[in-house]
Design a binder for this molecule. Structure first.
Ligand code: CUK
Ligand code: CUA
Length: 644
């Protein structure tokens, strides 16, 4: 009995001691905030963004990876990075671009005139749309430097196609999709001859032979591929076409593309003119006029011309001439404040907001007015190429003074509310484009380029969150040398409250230009590949090495924790095709694969078969192994390639 009481007392004491110890170590929110110097506003921002372990994000952002030539996926509001998708650049982790991998030899497809290009200047991701809403099936992204467009299948988050523009030498207003993803658009940027021939840069040649244009890449949703043979380009003058948007609802069937340098200035410096003063350099010569032009294209009419065979083939690609477009009443110009940048169509399709980098105003054009002028053939003149010019004043709904360096616009859930980035001011302007009224400005850090709101490009924006894609980080993060990370700033735009800054996310991978934000529940990615869905599927028990002359085909399987076969002997000079099937069915059971010193890498996800091709140029002993820590016996998951 005594014993029992004693034991009970000891137990109570131990409990008390541990409780004391616990309350001694657990800090209160107040204490932590005080120690870290956090204000109430900081705590609120933390509560709005902090996402506990296991909880998921409401939105996913698809951000361009800038010069990294990749696509970056992260969650909102947590701003947690989820994936880098290799697009124009090899991505070693996923094995993208190493050897020849099943469905993943895209980099070869993206070769231009014999050059294998291992990077891209990605600018604008475009999520596929159904009736003007993101449908979560595909995302497109462009390469400005090497005019290309890529398709990423959102079932696997992998790049499934790269198409090379056959006639452009650069591009920019891309990728943009039409409301049912009939087309992915690609507008040229720096005018150049369509042919690949040398054409001297004289004013005459520039005016007559150098060209801009917009390519309409036909998309086949069932195949999940762009169809080059069903795609066409609308020829445009050598104005530098820029940002492009597709019409929707009442403006469906039309597209709108800004331009800069309608002066057709060809450069004072270089070209033998090194004695010329700086005022004749590009930036001055290209912004001499007060206005530039928006190109208004009726792409449905262009499609009809294409289907009627009214095109000529250049480099094997269909080009519809400006002349035929004008004759068909399908191409118009509309003056814009000089050197404009953003060109964004409102959710109802009626208004087009153009922000002029060098103008403090944003101009709101009314498509109804534009359409009326077009229907009445009420034109203010013609450009040197015979393209009708609409009257600017007669097309405008409002012009609103926003601040310095307005660039891009994104829309809110609330009708009439739009957000415009102010590059020079380093601010986001919230304003009403229907009433023509500036409502609020929020300073950001620093020099914002694009901005993105939740579902902001659709017919049904969600508003809620806005991300400022800032060009400079300066003092926002720990110093890591002179090249700073990019800074994506998350801003709360819910309700009618003032906008508030929530979070800074550094992105250390290229300079993203644009991003799109989609509801996470619209995405339905696969967890594993269907068995036997790959033509080179290797069935367990059927692993083998086959030889025909110097062609060796290896059929391997991978499963925790071994490859079959494990020892493979070949001869120097053999052409090796290596199929490996990951026969796992468990979620996240990926195996990696490499043959040492052969610059090969693969990531084999559950159910996937990858194919690596290489020539055994070196003799010797080459261990191969799994590069994902897949089990306790992961290190043992290895073998030898013996090359005699
Ligand atoms: S562009 Cu970079 S900030 Cu390529 Cu859309 Cu405007
Ligand atoms: Cu498989 Cu490590």
């Amino acid at each position: 009995m005594l014993n029992f009481i004693l034991r009970k007392r000891q137990l109570g004491l131990a409990l008390l001691v541990s409780l004391l110890a616990f309350s001694g170590s657990a800090e209160t929110l107040k204490e932590v905030a005080k120690k870290r110097g956090l204000t109430d506003k900081d705590l609120l921002a933390a509560a709005k963004t902090y996402t506990p372990s296991g909880k998921k994000d409401e939105y996913l952002v698809f951000s361009s990876g800038g010069q990294a030539g990749q696509l970056i996926v992260y969650g909102v509001p947590s701003m947690r990075l989820l994936k880098y998708i290799g697009v124009f650049t090899p991505e070693p982790w996923s094995g993208y671009g190493y050897g020849e991998v099943e469905g993943m030899h895209r980099l070869k497809e993206g070769m231009i005139r014999g050059t294998k290009i291992t990077w891209g200047d990605t600018h604008h991701p475009a999520l596929s749309e159904t009736n003007g809403d993101y449908d979560g099936q595909f995302v497109f992204i462009n390469d400005k430097a090497n005019p290309r467009v890529a398709v990423i299948d959102l079932k696997t988050f992998e790049t499934v196609q790269i198409v090379v523009n056959p006639i452009f030498k650069s591009e920019h207003g891309s990728s943009v999709v039409t409301p049912n993803t009939e087309y992915a658009m690609e507008a040229a940027q720096y005018p150049a001859p369509y042919s690949n021939k040398y054409v001297a840069l004289t004013q005459k040649n520039f005016n007559e032979i150098y060209r801009g244009g917009i390519t309409y890449w036909k998309f086949n949703r069932e195949k999940g591929r762009l169809m080059p043979k069903q795609s066409f380009t609308v020829e445009l003058p050598p104005y530098m076409q820029d940002i492009t948007d597709a019409g929707k609802l009442i403006s469906d069937g039309w597209s709108f593309t800004n331009s800069i340098n309608t002066e057709r200035y060809i450069g004072g410096f270089g070209n033998g003119n090194t004695h010329l003063k700086h005022k004749l350099a590009n930036e001055a010569g290209m912004s001499a006029k007060d206005t530039d032009y928006m190109h208004i294209v009726n792409w449905r009419k262009a499609e009809k011309l294409f289907k009627a065979g009214k095109f000529k083939k250049i480099n094997g690609h269909a080009v519809i001439s400006m002349k035929d477009m004008v004759k068909a009443n399908a191409l118009f110009l509309l003056p814009e404040s000089k050197s404009p940048h953003g060109c964004d169509v409102s959710p109802d399709g009626r208004y087009i907001i153009v922000a002029g980098k060098l103008d403090t105003h944003a101009t709101v054009y009314d498509f109804k007015k534009i359409k009326r002028l077009i229907d009445k053939k009420d034109f203010a003149g013609k450009d040197p190429y015979g393209i009708p010019i609409l009257d600017m004043q007669k097309s405008i709904h409002k012009q609103v003074q926003l601040g310095l360096g307005p660039l891009h616009s994104q829309f809110d859930k609330e009708k009439g509310i739009v957000y415009t980035s102010l590059y020079v001011d380093s601010a986001v302007a919230r304003w009403d484009y229907l009433k023509g009224k500036l409502l609020e400005k929020l300073p950001i850090h620093y020099n914002i380029g694009h901005l993105v709101t939740a579902e902001g490009d659709t017919v049904n924006p969600d508003g809620k969150y806005l991300i400022a894609l800032n060009k400079l980080a300066i003092d926002r993060f720990n110093q890591v040398g002179p090249l700073h990370p990019q800074n994506h700033q998350l801003i709360d735009i819910k309700g009618k409250k003032p906008m508030s800054l929530l979070y800074d996310m550094p992105l250390p991978l290229g300079e993203p230009h644009y991003a799109q934000m989609i509801k996470a529940d619209k995405l339905k990615p696969v967890i594993r590949y269907k068995k036997r869905s790959f033509k080179n599927y290797v069935r367990p028990g059927k692993e083998r090495v086959e030889r025909k002359g110097n062609k060796v085909t290896i059929h391997s399987t991978a499963i925790r924790s071994h490859y079959s076969p494990e020892v493979i002997s070949i001869k120097k000079g053999d052409h090796v095709t290596w199929h490996i099937t990951n026969v796992e069915r468990a979620q996240d059971q990926t195996h990696g694969f490499t043959v040492d010193t052969y610059n090969l890498h693969a990531s084999i996800e559950p159910g996937e078969t990858v194919t690596l091709k290489f020539v055994a140029t070196k003799s010797g002993v080459f261990p191969f192994y799994c590069t994902e820590f897949c089990s306790a016996l992961h290190l043992e998951m290895s073998g030898y390639l013996l090359v005699k």
